[in-house]
Write a protein that binds this ligand. Sequence first.
Ligand code: PLP
Length: 366
Amino acid sequence: MEYEEPLFFHVIQYAAGADRDVVNMVSGNPDWEPPAALREGLRTYADADPADFQYPPSEGLAALREEIAARRGVESSRVIVTNGAGEANYLALARALERDAGEEVVLTDPVYPYYPGKVSMLGGDARMVPVAPDGSLDLERTLAAITDDTAAVVLNTPNNPTGAVYPPDVVEAVAERCAAHDALLIADEVYDHFVLDAPFESALSIDAGDVVVTNSYSKSMAITGFRVGYGIFPESLVDAAKTRHMLVNVTASRPPQAAVLHALRETGPDYYEAARDRLRDRVDAFTAALDDAGAEYTRPEGAFYVLARFEGFPGTMENAKRLIDEAGVAGMPGDAFGSARADWLRFALVTPRVEEAAARLAAFFD
Ligand SMILES: Cc1ncc(COP(=O)(O)O)c(C=O)c1O
């Protein structure tokens, strides 16, 4: 079987090999500092007892699972610490597809490309539902796509790449429809600390059917390289997910779990607020300059991406490479996220040079 390979690394490599200065707005790697307590936790770990350098429990350090459970208001037995939200999404999709309760996974278009990649790798069929013109979830079409063939629906809110934050009643309506068709709702909330301008509620509060909530510290603590995430599963599904996690990974790495635990305990709300403020400033600066460039764009309500469209310049890989070579700005081609935003380009606000990037775009399209 051929697996589809997401194109992020291809574009990042192309930009790195360019023969000029390039503002890199491709990856989802935060460029800001992790919490001070995270570095502190990691330093302390270097001097830990040799026993702390051995396998942790497969489902994660007990104290970390308890800390997560207490913060999220669930039993710790439902929490599995995973190698990022990426693995939590994989465990949830695998569980959904092996339940013999449908073969289809409903996804939005545009979509974070790792979802359809995982669905096809697991032998399921991705059913893409285009989002509304403003990037919000098209509830009517999404509900209509959920049938007895549906194994799962994946909702990512705040959303990559659209920046939409789905209203709580919309997520609840999807959950109810899932429950009626014995489908799993997978809510990927990896950007939940980056809600900028919209009401948001975790899908954990939903009391309908089977809901798996996935999350991680990759974005909220600016540590995509640490690979610490988690899934919160319904009691009825958690044991099988734990077994798959164990068979695939044995466990997740121990030092980053300990450092995250320390950072969770010692980091106050100021750290997260500062990250949101920084992002708000970047959204303002980048979108103001996009206005000058005459681009159409969606202003994100959350997460850290802006989708933009330039007249007569569709978001193909070829055009993304042209922007790197001729404008010195690297973004992701919209067609890497499906067909609904194939004319657009996605820019990640993970550089302090957003204004400069937008000025370069304005000059290029002038
Ligand atoms: C929507 C979404 N889910 C999951 C991930 C992966 O997160 P993690 O690093 O926790 O695996 C990303 C990374 O960009 C993402 O955008």
